[in-house]
Design a protein around this ligand. Structure first.
Ligand SMILES: NC(=O)C1=CN([C@@H]2O[C@H](COP(=O)(O)OP(=O)(O)OC[C@H]3O[C@@H](n4cnc5c(N)ncnc54)[C@H](OP(=O)(O)O)[C@@H]3O)[C@@H](O)[C@H]2O)[C@@H](O)CC1
Ligand SMILES: Nc1ncnc2c1ncn2[C@@H]1O[C@H](COP(=O)(O)OP(=O)(O)O)[C@@H](O)[C@H]1O
Ligand SMILES: [Mg+2]
Length: 289
């Protein structure tokens, strides 16, 4: 364990005179009617990940629900379609919020209707902060595969194997070697960071490859990926480069899952339990400050 932590990117030490402005502002763009939980989990994870400020932008109709789920992030009810997804003109509202962000998560619980796809693509066109693209955000760019426009802003893609298969247009990689090879080739071509989730999560920027050893099958439960995305964005907000944030985020997320499973068993583990065990996982990293 100690050796493994020494090999990881360093969690930035919190400066004695630091304040919430020092530790990064994370904007989470997530949720829709029926999937407000995804926005909550992601926003709460960004807070647990150490972000100085977290803003959750969600469709208006879920704003109160999201706000009630945690007192420490702010919420922004964005204009919506009748079905409770981000609406026409929503991208402009979100871009205005994002102008002050240090990292942006796009995707958990957005839905996959055509207007939502356009909303995501519009955001990606104009955002200037680093982006963690997850879940339905990945769905929106899937038709472009690894030709998805290379932009100057750092981009971290966090697909599970099914989402990765949708991105590549190939079957789900069958072996560890295939996972690693396909993830690396994809990252190399699209010019960002690929974090391919699952047992033995792979993180690669096309050159460097990290295989994560923390985590367990108890984490195969809805919402654990939303927690990962928020955590990575928080680490970017604290100054880590995209690749390092993805590596450290994968490690600490899996470690929280392992600590959660030690306490609760694998069967009953749920995504909020990861949030509850992130503090202990981060304390292990802090012990190496
Ligand atoms: N509380 C909330 O609000 C929550 C909301 N959530 C939101 O739900 C939305 C849908 O997200 P999702 O990931 O459920 O998409 P989904 O279309 O089922 O997957 C795509 C395909 O991939 C496959 N597949 C999946 N995993 C695989 C694996 N390990 N290895 C191999 N294959 C795998 C799977 O195939 P299957 O095995 O099911 O046939 C399926 O065909 C999204 O917005 C998300 O944020 C969730 O975050 C939960 C909590
Ligand atoms: N068998 C496993 N071993 C380790 N980690 C796992 C395992 N199964 C799932 N996970 C982790 O759980 C998370 C699931 O993410 P995802 O499929 O996006 O869930 P959701 O969309 O429901 O939030 C990923 O971080 C993945 O690596
Ligand atoms: Mg997911």
């Amino acid at each position: 364990m100690t050796q493994a932590i020494r090999d990881l990117p360093r969690l930035p030490r919190r400066d004695a005179t630091g304040h919430k402005g020092t530790y990064g502002k994370v904007l989470v763009v997530a949720g829709s009617r029926g999937m407000s939980g995804a926005a909550v989990l992601c926003g709460r994870a960004a807070l647990r990940g150490g972000a100085g400020l977290v803003q959750v932008a969600c469709p208006q109709n879920v704003q109160d629900v999201v706000a009630a789920a945690h007192p420490a992030y702010t919420t922004h009810g964005i204009r919506q379609h009748a079905d409770g997804t981000f609406g026409d003109g929503a991208a402009e509202e979100v871009l205005a919020l994002a102008s002050a962000a240090d990292a942006v998560v796009i995707g958990p619980g957005l839905g996959r209707a055509e207007p939502t796809v356009r909303f995501v693509l519009r955001l990606l066109e104009d955002l200037t902060a680093p982006v963690v693209l997850d879940a339905d955000g990945l769905f929106a760019v899937s038709p472009f595969g690894d030709q998805f426009a290379r932009r100057t802003v750092p981009l971290v893609l966090t697909p599970h194997p099914g989402e990765f298969a949708r991105l590549t247009g190939k079957p789900v990689p069958a072996t560890d070697a295939e996972r690693e090879e396909q993830a690396t080739a994809f990252a190399d071509t699209f010019g960002g960071v690929m974090l391919l989730k699952g047992a033995g999560t792979v993180v690669t920027d096309g050159t460097r490859v990290y295989r994560n050893a923390t985590g367990n099958p108890g984490m195969g439960t809805g919402g654990t990926g939303d927690v990962l995305a928020g955590g990575i964005a928080a680490l970017i907000g604290q100054g880590l480069k995209a690749f390092d944030a993805a590596v450290l985020g994968a490690w600490v997320h899996g470690r929280a899952g392992d600590l959660g499973a030690e306490a609760l068993g694998q069967t009953a583990l749920t995504a909020p339990d990861l949030l509850d065990h992130l503090p202990a996982a981060f304390k292990e990293l802090e012990s190496h400050w």
